[in-house]
Design a protein around this ligand. Structure first.
Ligand SMILES: [Zn+2]
Length: 189
Protein backbone atom coordinates (compact mmCIF):
# COMPACT_ATOMS: atom_id res chain seq x y z
CA UNK A 1 0.00 0.00 0.00
CA UNK A 2 1.58 3.29 -1.03
CA UNK A 3 2.41 5.91 1.53
CA UNK A 4 0.25 9.02 1.36
CA UNK A 5 3.21 11.10 0.18
CA UNK A 6 3.57 8.74 -2.78
CA UNK A 7 0.14 9.60 -4.11
CA UNK A 8 0.39 12.67 -6.30
CA UNK A 9 -2.68 14.40 -7.67
CA UNK A 10 -3.32 12.85 -11.03
CA UNK A 11 -4.47 14.64 -14.12
CA UNK A 12 -8.14 13.83 -14.53
CA UNK A 13 -9.06 12.00 -17.75
CA UNK A 14 -11.79 14.52 -18.55
CA UNK A 15 -10.32 17.67 -20.08
CA UNK A 16 -12.87 20.38 -19.25
CA UNK A 17 -11.03 23.05 -21.21
CA UNK A 18 -11.23 20.92 -24.36
CA UNK A 19 -14.87 20.18 -23.68
CA UNK A 20 -15.56 23.93 -23.47
CA UNK A 21 -13.56 24.61 -26.64
CA UNK A 22 -15.39 21.93 -28.63
CA UNK A 23 -18.72 23.52 -27.68
CA UNK A 24 -17.65 27.04 -28.53
CA UNK A 25 -17.58 28.11 -24.89
CA UNK A 26 -14.78 30.52 -24.11
CA UNK A 27 -12.83 30.27 -20.90
CA UNK A 28 -11.01 33.25 -19.46
CA UNK A 29 -9.35 33.71 -16.12
CA UNK A 30 -8.88 36.77 -13.97
CA UNK A 31 -7.57 37.57 -10.53
CA UNK A 32 -10.62 38.58 -8.53
CA UNK A 33 -11.55 38.06 -4.95
CA UNK A 34 -15.24 37.48 -4.72
CA UNK A 35 -15.81 34.38 -6.83
CA UNK A 36 -14.18 31.26 -8.14
CA UNK A 37 -16.22 30.87 -11.29
CA UNK A 38 -18.66 32.90 -13.26
CA UNK A 39 -20.67 31.62 -16.20
CA UNK A 40 -22.98 33.21 -18.70
CA UNK A 41 -25.37 31.17 -20.82
CA UNK A 42 -26.06 34.15 -23.07
CA UNK A 43 -22.38 34.87 -23.71
CA UNK A 44 -21.40 31.17 -23.70
CA UNK A 45 -18.46 32.27 -21.60
CA UNK A 46 -16.81 31.26 -18.38
CA UNK A 47 -14.58 33.36 -16.20
CA UNK A 48 -12.60 31.62 -13.50
CA UNK A 49 -10.18 32.59 -10.78
CA UNK A 50 -6.69 32.68 -12.29
CA UNK A 51 -4.70 30.89 -9.61
CA UNK A 52 -6.63 27.65 -9.21
CA UNK A 53 -4.57 24.47 -9.05
CA UNK A 54 -4.79 22.11 -12.03
CA UNK A 55 -7.40 19.65 -10.84
CA UNK A 56 -9.55 22.32 -9.16
CA UNK A 57 -9.38 24.41 -12.34
CA UNK A 58 -10.50 21.42 -14.40
CA UNK A 59 -13.39 20.78 -12.05
CA UNK A 60 -14.49 24.41 -11.88
CA UNK A 61 -14.52 24.67 -15.69
CA UNK A 62 -16.47 21.39 -15.93
CA UNK A 63 -18.98 22.83 -13.45
CA UNK A 64 -19.50 26.02 -15.45
CA UNK A 65 -19.71 24.10 -18.74
CA UNK A 66 -22.49 21.97 -17.26
CA UNK A 67 -24.42 25.15 -16.38
CA UNK A 68 -24.07 26.50 -19.91
CA UNK A 69 -25.16 23.15 -21.37
CA UNK A 70 -28.44 23.75 -19.52
CA UNK A 71 -29.13 26.76 -21.75
CA UNK A 72 -32.36 25.24 -23.04
CA UNK A 73 -33.43 23.93 -19.65
CA UNK A 74 -36.72 25.21 -18.28
CA UNK A 75 -35.48 24.43 -14.78
CA UNK A 76 -32.48 26.68 -15.23
CA UNK A 77 -34.64 29.46 -16.67
CA UNK A 78 -37.00 29.14 -13.70
CA UNK A 79 -34.09 29.23 -11.27
CA UNK A 80 -32.65 32.29 -12.97
CA UNK A 81 -36.06 33.95 -12.58
CA UNK A 82 -36.16 33.08 -8.90
CA UNK A 83 -39.02 30.63 -9.37
CA UNK A 84 -37.00 27.54 -8.61
CA UNK A 85 -34.39 26.88 -5.94
CA UNK A 86 -30.91 27.44 -7.33
CA UNK A 87 -29.56 24.77 -5.00
CA UNK A 88 -31.52 22.20 -6.99
CA UNK A 89 -29.71 23.25 -10.17
CA UNK A 90 -26.37 23.10 -8.35
CA UNK A 91 -27.15 19.51 -7.37
CA UNK A 92 -27.91 18.62 -10.99
CA UNK A 93 -24.62 20.20 -12.04
CA UNK A 94 -22.70 18.27 -9.37
CA UNK A 95 -24.24 15.02 -10.65
CA UNK A 96 -23.20 15.75 -14.24
CA UNK A 97 -19.66 16.75 -13.25
CA UNK A 98 -19.19 13.85 -10.81
CA UNK A 99 -20.15 11.32 -13.48
CA UNK A 100 -17.96 12.93 -16.14
CA UNK A 101 -14.88 13.23 -13.96
CA UNK A 102 -15.28 10.00 -12.00
CA UNK A 103 -16.24 7.11 -14.28
CA UNK A 104 -17.14 4.01 -12.30
CA UNK A 105 -14.16 1.93 -13.50
CA UNK A 106 -11.75 4.72 -12.48
CA UNK A 107 -13.41 4.97 -9.09
CA UNK A 108 -13.03 1.26 -8.50
CA UNK A 109 -9.36 1.32 -9.53
CA UNK A 110 -8.63 4.25 -7.22
CA UNK A 111 -10.42 2.55 -4.31
CA UNK A 112 -8.19 -0.52 -4.80
CA UNK A 113 -5.13 1.67 -4.20
CA UNK A 114 -6.22 4.41 -1.80
CA UNK A 115 -7.90 3.72 1.51
CA UNK A 116 -9.03 7.22 2.49
CA UNK A 117 -10.89 10.09 0.84
CA UNK A 118 -7.80 12.27 0.45
CA UNK A 119 -5.74 9.64 -1.35
CA UNK A 120 -8.57 8.39 -3.53
CA UNK A 121 -9.45 11.92 -4.66
CA UNK A 122 -5.76 12.58 -5.42
CA UNK A 123 -5.59 9.38 -7.47
CA UNK A 124 -8.65 10.48 -9.43
CA UNK A 125 -7.51 14.07 -9.90
CA UNK A 126 -10.66 15.51 -8.33
CA UNK A 127 -11.51 17.40 -5.15
CA UNK A 128 -12.61 15.52 -2.03
CA UNK A 129 -15.90 17.32 -2.40
CA UNK A 130 -16.59 15.81 -5.83
CA UNK A 131 -15.54 12.33 -4.72
CA UNK A 132 -17.83 12.60 -1.70
CA UNK A 133 -20.67 13.66 -3.97
CA UNK A 134 -20.06 10.70 -6.32
CA UNK A 135 -19.99 8.25 -3.41
CA UNK A 136 -23.17 9.65 -1.88
CA UNK A 137 -25.03 9.24 -5.15
CA UNK A 138 -23.80 5.84 -6.30
CA UNK A 139 -26.65 3.99 -8.01
CA UNK A 140 -27.67 0.53 -6.87
CA UNK A 141 -26.24 -1.12 -9.97
CA UNK A 142 -22.95 0.69 -9.42
CA UNK A 143 -22.57 -0.86 -5.97
CA UNK A 144 -22.46 -4.24 -7.67
CA UNK A 145 -19.18 -3.23 -9.34
CA UNK A 146 -17.36 -2.00 -6.24
CA UNK A 147 -16.38 -4.48 -3.51
CA UNK A 148 -18.04 -3.25 -0.34
CA UNK A 149 -14.91 -3.64 1.79
CA UNK A 150 -13.21 -1.00 -0.36
CA UNK A 151 -15.98 1.45 0.54
CA UNK A 152 -16.07 0.51 4.20
CA UNK A 153 -12.33 0.90 4.69
CA UNK A 154 -12.53 4.53 3.56
CA UNK A 155 -14.04 5.25 6.96
CA UNK A 156 -15.99 8.04 5.32
CA UNK A 157 -19.71 8.67 5.67
CA UNK A 158 -22.00 11.15 3.93
CA UNK A 159 -22.59 14.29 5.93
CA UNK A 160 -18.99 14.70 6.96
CA UNK A 161 -18.28 17.78 4.88
CA UNK A 162 -15.35 18.12 2.56
CA UNK A 163 -14.41 21.70 1.78
CA UNK A 164 -16.70 23.06 -0.91
CA UNK A 165 -14.37 24.38 -3.59
CA UNK A 166 -16.72 26.36 -5.79
CA UNK A 167 -18.15 29.77 -5.40
CA UNK A 168 -20.34 29.73 -8.41
CA UNK A 169 -21.62 33.17 -9.38
CA UNK A 170 -24.99 33.16 -11.08
CA UNK A 171 -25.63 35.65 -13.84
CA UNK A 172 -27.81 38.68 -13.25
CA UNK A 173 -29.30 41.18 -15.66
CA UNK A 174 -26.04 43.12 -15.62
CA UNK A 175 -23.63 40.20 -15.54
CA UNK A 176 -22.84 40.14 -19.25
CA UNK A 177 -21.49 43.62 -18.69
CA UNK A 178 -19.51 42.49 -15.64
CA UNK A 179 -17.96 39.72 -17.67
CA UNK A 180 -16.98 42.10 -20.45
CA UNK A 181 -15.41 44.48 -17.94
CA UNK A 182 -13.43 41.74 -16.24
CA UNK A 183 -12.04 40.45 -19.50
CA UNK A 184 -12.16 43.61 -21.61
CA UNK A 185 -12.26 43.32 -25.36
CA UNK A 186 -12.66 39.57 -25.29
CA UNK A 187 -16.40 39.16 -25.35
CA UNK A 188 -18.44 40.31 -28.24
CA UNK A 189 -22.11 39.84 -28.68
ZN1 LIG B 1 -22.95 26.30 -10.09
Amino acid sequence: MPDRQDIAVQRNGFNAQESAFSQGIRVDSAVVFDFVSYWSVVDRAILIQADLSGHVRNEVIAHAVAHIEMAESRDLAAALDGERWRGRIEMEVHDVVAHRLIPLADLRDALEVGDNLTDVSALLGVTEFLLGWRLQHLANDEFAVIPVHLLNRLGWLPGIPAEYPYRCLWPTSSSGEILRQLAPGRHHR
